[in-house]
Design a protein around this ligand. Structure first.
Ligand code: NAG
Ligand code: NAG
Ligand code: NAG
Ligand code: NAG
Length: 376
């Protein structure tokens, strides 16, 4: 911050040297005096009026306090800049560099490169004050909540990444072996923080719809629900329009499950009887960027072509399951994160390094912080 003294000196220099510089060229003495006087008056008025205008830093603080506040009790805070911050959550930049133990003969990207991510620096992202949550923050945020992740192998990796953030490494290893038993569900309660976490193996969109119908039947929903499905359908059915049909069914069942269906095209908070309605936070785990030449079977390389991938991505948009298109789910855009991390962040062109899922988790946490008008 510039002190008043420096500012004063700076102003004095301008008053003195600017007209002198002009005089050095071709101004008469009277004109120099005139400019000098005019400059002096302008600067003096400016200096005295400045305190009456809100400064830039005040403005940012107010944006912050109105947008990233978790409100206890039954208060509802109207948050104007929420949406613009949420839309910036995926502005993430990667730094990928050869690791210290780089071995050119080792055909293993994961081992050969170190990756670092951070939110891109810009005035917009800075004012949103996104944060990489520490273990304790994650524990506070998820304390006492029921989180469910349902989907395919990606959802499984996402679940493991989440647990890696709250459990010690020994426990993570034991979870890993259970979680990666093929094609099975996994349930855990982390007592220290009262977190109930379920992973549900649901490779097809229809499996997700079944799950939602079950919630509806039992009148019981998780606080945070992460769903995602696409790769299996792409490989085994390979029919984008059929995928779109299934997504619409899913959308309809989710919308009818919600206590208060989100208004069409309205991304804002459900204002009104918020305290009496506890709506789950819904996230859609997007399809990762597939790197065709790296896919590990001929069948995958043929069926999961770039064209097919493009069609599937379009169907997700068209189906209207995403918030940006009036739907219930907020997108966790693994597609863009994996694309930006790039070819050095995957071994099989489909599943990405833990860093990518970790970054996506922090995106979700920040979205939750922004969304949390009520206690999680
Ligand atoms: C690369 O290394 C990781 C970690 O050791 C291992 O899990 C993975 O299977 C390896 N991939 C290949 C293609 O060798
Ligand atoms: C979780 O919340 C409970 C009750 O509010 C509190 O007693 C406990 O310390 C919290 N645990 C963590 C890990 O924050
Ligand atoms: C998922 O759906 C498919 C196709 O509808 C079905 O064959 C399969 O049994 C379901 N799997 C699970 C785990 O429900
Ligand atoms: C793809 O799915 C649509 C909608 O379910 C269906 O009408 C169409 O016949 C399918 N196409 C093929 C080639 O199976």
């Amino acid at each position: 911050m510039l002190g008043a003294v420096q500012l004063g000196l700076f102003a004095a220099c301008i008053v003195l040297f600017v007209p002198m510089g002009m005089a050095g060229w071709h101004l008469s003495r009277n004109k120099v005096l005139f400019f000098s006087g005019a400059l002096f008056i302008t600067l003096a008025v400016g200096v005295h009026l400045t305190p009456y205008f809100p400064s830039v830093s005040d403005f940012i603080t107010s944006v912050k306090s109105s947008s990233v506040v978790v409100v206890d009790d039954d208060d509802v805070v109207v948050v104007e800049d929420r949406d613009s911050c949420v839309s910036l959550l995926h502005e993430i930049a990667w730094e990928v560099m050869p690791s210290k133990v780089f071995d050119p003969f080792l055909n293993n990207n994961s081992l050969n490169y170190e990756k670092f991510w951070s939110w891109s620096k810009s005035s917009d992202t800075d004012s949103c004050e996104f944060q990489r949550l520490k273990k304790n923050d994650v524990m506070d945020l998820l304390n006492g909540s029921w989180v469910m992740v349902a989907g395919d192998s990606q959802a499984r990796i996402f679940t493991l990444s989440l647990l890696s953030l709250v459990l010690d490494s020994e426990r993570v290893e034991s979870v890993r072996s259970l979680l990666f038993k093929r094609h099975s569900d996994y349930h855990i309660v982390v007592d220290e923080m009262g977190l109930k976490l379920d992973f549900i193996w649901a490779p097809y969109p229809s499996n997700l719809t079944d799950l939602v119908l079950e919630f509806k039947h039992k009148h019981l929903y998780p606080d945070v629900l992460v769903m995602g499905s696409g790769l299996w359908h792409m490989l085994h059915i390979t029919n984008a329009s059929d995928y779109g049909v299934l997504l619409r069914l899913l959308r309809n069942s989710v919308t009818s499950m919600l206590p208060v269906p989100p208004k069409f095209g309205n991304d804002g908070p459900v204002v009104g009887s918020v305290s009496s309605v506890r709506s789950p936070h819904l996230f859609w785990l997007g399809i990762p960027t597939l790197i065709n030449s790296m896919l590990n079977t001929k069948e995958k390389r043929e069926k999961m072509s770039d064209v097919v991938q493009g069609e599937y991505t379009r169907e997700v948009r068209k189906s209207g399951i995403l918030r940006e298109f009036g739907g219930p789910f907020r997108l966790l855009d693994i597609g863009s994160l994996s694309l930006n991390c790039g070819i050095k962040c995957t071994d099989d062109g489909m599943h990405y390094d833990a860093d990518v899922y970790e970054a996506e988790l922090h995106v979700m946490f920040n979205a939750l912080l922004i969304e949390s008008h009520q206690k999680l």
